[in-house]
Ligand binder design. Sequence first.
Ligand code: ADP
Ligand code: ADP
Length: 228
Amino acid sequence: MIKFEQVSKTYPGGQQALRQVSFHIPPGEMAFLTGHSGAGKSTLLKLISIMERPTVGRVLINGHDLGKIKNRQVPYIRRDIGMIFQSHQLLMDKTAFDNVALPLVIEGYSRRDITRKVHAALDLVGLADKINSLPITLSGGEQQRVGIARAIVNKPPILLADEPTGNLDPKLSMEIINLFEKLNQAGVSVLIATHDLGLIARMRYRTLTLRNGQMITDGLVEDWRGDS
Ligand code: ADP
Ligand code: ADP
């Protein structure tokens, strides 16, 4: 489902962000991606979401070689990928409903389908009762869950999260991770970039570790001795 083959990425300024990175995340797997700031985590996620292109090597998503797709195919491939960010990037003057509905409105779904899907997504993240709330009236954890509802409202088979718990305390962080587990159990592939090693240690998931753009470990936390 997500496959990197000897992928290197050098930015136009000459900064080498990834060096010969290879891994495969099969459908339905949940994994963490970690490493120090500047290690290349965001770059790796941007290659999957086609916000950046590899300099060398191949990135395959659902069998599509991202180096070979045409620009006009990009939106179709991106539709399979839900993205969650540290700052949830909600529209602050719109209700939870309108924020979650946004991707569906863009895709031209009927009002009826939008209502049904937004209810289902907010239900899934435990915010059915906040559907008409403005983000400003919600807690940090609730805002993050609205962001997650928006990312999954289309039921993408792949979910990418970039420091999704960065602004949250340990208890709320666990709630968010438990939500990812729930989605994963429903069949979604989940890749979570985080430098929260405490969080990783508490979970038993495959963990990919980057250092200076190189993949230095790939395995379960119990097999893994981090360098930080
Ligand atoms: P992380 O997410 O692990 O902090 P990044 O992928 O953001 O790491 O960055 C990896 C390296 O690539 C860093 O040295 C960073 O400065 C560099 N980098 C990231 N984005 C860009 C960019 N758009 N242009 C130039 N260099 C970049
Ligand atoms: P559909 O549009 O396929 O008929 P809905 O969007 O109405 O389905 O959602 C049906 C069920 O799937 C709901 O119970 C909802 O909680 C659950 N669901 C919604 N989004 C996701 C998702 N991304 N992954 C797994 N289950 C989801």
